[in-house]
Design a protein around this ligand. Structure first.
Ligand SMILES: *Cc1c(COP(=O)(O)O)cnc(C)c1O
Length: 415
């Protein structure tokens, strides 16, 4: 625990003692920016530009179509999938990179309801990320409204499980509050009620330790562009426990999920294993960038990442409480370590203009409607002094009401 009175030098000493500190140099971060939005779009690893240059000029430019084999393009979804698998405790062959998180949710939800045909309910949290809920709604409509999406509060989930629950779909770390579920115990509850368990790891992978095998999760999905630093719109991943893979072929039955795509048979026959969760041709350049991003995380020890993540978020919370008291900020993220992801979220009625004022000073977080200031604290490249500086700006903006200017009220399309 940190002493209650400390100054910037005390915090700089924490950086000097930080075993992950050298990793910051692996990323390109603009001068004068404190980047607290790596949970939405990770920064670019230093090797990515050069690797992409090589992929464009040599693999694409020189190799042309031959590179599907010679440069291993065709294997990228499985190869990068296996690397991500190491970050979530999956075995080789249980993760593949493909499409977007939304599309992958559709695939695994389809599988889950087919595998539990006598049950009607997809259970989820009302505060889940909307796309997860929208994809369930679209699937239910496609299946002829025979199913129901049942939404409950985070504390009511276990009580809402019953023998009509086909699948429980949850996001491990909530995008708006940073609250983390206990993956193993909730999965066990779902299984005890005969339901399948689907985890969305968008705000977990690369940020908190995850072990889908130990938790006996059935399915999982997650993003490539957040803590995996894969670049804007990077492809997503899907995990399907080996025991379920042969039992169902997902309905987006594109040719690259076929057992023999280059037989060009008129009849679909799913590939063995996780490859059947592929659909069409995958974006090779984006996959290449994603591989650099995943490598940037694989080089760090996950226990050290978790340790630093908790220290950063503890420091952030403590500094906000010391220096921003009396301005109406409310902590939304749980204080208990075991219930906290790698972000700190604060509620304030003027959250939007306060965040815009912070961004104008180079402290980049984001805003989630209706009133949440969200600060993602990615341990790979953030320093403890960054937290100090961010809270110093926040305190100043609140004390001087610097947020109360018309230009900070204007809403952009992406918040
Ligand atoms: C960011 C996020 C997504 C994004 O899905 P895309 O299809 O990649 O746009 C999905 N689920 C959760 C929980 C997220 O945080």
């Amino acid at each position: 625990m940190i002493a209650t009175t400390f100054d910037r030098q005390t915090v700089a000493d924490m950086d000097a003692a930080d075993p992950l500190a050298p990793l910051r140099d692996r990323f390109t971060l603009p001068e004068g920016v404190v980047y607290l939005d790596g949970n939405s779009l990770g920064p670019v690893p230093k090797g990515t530009a050069e690797r992409l240059q090589q992929a464009v000029t040599q693999e694409w430019g020189e190799g042309l179509i031959r590179s599907w084999n010679a440069a291993g393009w065709i294997d990228l979804p499985r190869r990068v999938g296996d690397k991500i698998g190491r970050l979530i405790g999956a075995r080789p062959g249980e993760v593949v990179v493909a499409d977007s998180t939304s599309v992958n949710l559709f695939k695994v939800l389809s599988a889950a309801v087919k595998l539990n045909p006598d049950r009607r309910v997809i259970l989820s949290e009302r505060e889940n990320f909307p796309t997860d809920l929208y994809m369930a709604q679209g699937l239910i409509q496609l299946l002829g409204q025979q199913h129901e999406l049942r939404l409950v509060g985070a504390d009511e989930i276990v009580a809402a499980l019953d023998d009509d629950t086909a699948v429980l779909m949850l996001t491990h770390v909530n995008y708006r509050t940073g609250r983390m579920f206990d993956m193993a115990s909730i999965t066990a509850e779902a299984h005890a009620h005969g339901a399948l368990m689907l985890w969305d790891l968008a705000h977990s992978v690369g940020a908190v330790p995850v072990d889908v095998t130990a938790a006996q999760a059935d399915f999982a999905v997650g993003c490539g562009y957040k803590y995996l630093n894969g670049g804007p719109g990077a492809p997503a991943f899907v995990y399907v426990a080996e025991r379920h893979q042969p039992r169902f072929s997902q309905p987006l039955s594109g040719w690259l999920g076929h057992a023999q795509p280059f037989e060009f048979s008129p009849y679909y026959r799913p590939a063995e294993g996780i490859a059947r969760y592929l659909c069409g041709t995958q974006p090779v350049l984006s996959l290449t960038a994603l591989e650099c991003g995943v490598d940037s995380v694989l080089d760090a020890d996950m226990d050290l990442i978790r340790h630093k993540s908790l220290a950063l978020t503890d420091l952030f919370i403590q500094l906000v409480e010391d220096r921003c008291a009396g301005y109406g900020l409310e902590l939304v993220t749980p204080r208990e370590h075991e219930r906290r992801g790698s972000q700190v979220c604060l509620r304030h009625p003027q959250g939007y203009p306060i965040m815009q004022a912070l961004i104008s000073r180079g402290v980049i977080g984001d805003f989630r409607a209706p009133d949440i200031l969200r600060f993602g604290l990615a341990p790979l490249y953030l320093r403890y002094v960054d937290v100090w500086d961010a809270v110093a700006h926040l305190a100043d903006i609140l004390a001087t009401r610097a947020w109360d200017q018309p230009q900070f009220q204007q809403r952009a399309t992406v918040t």
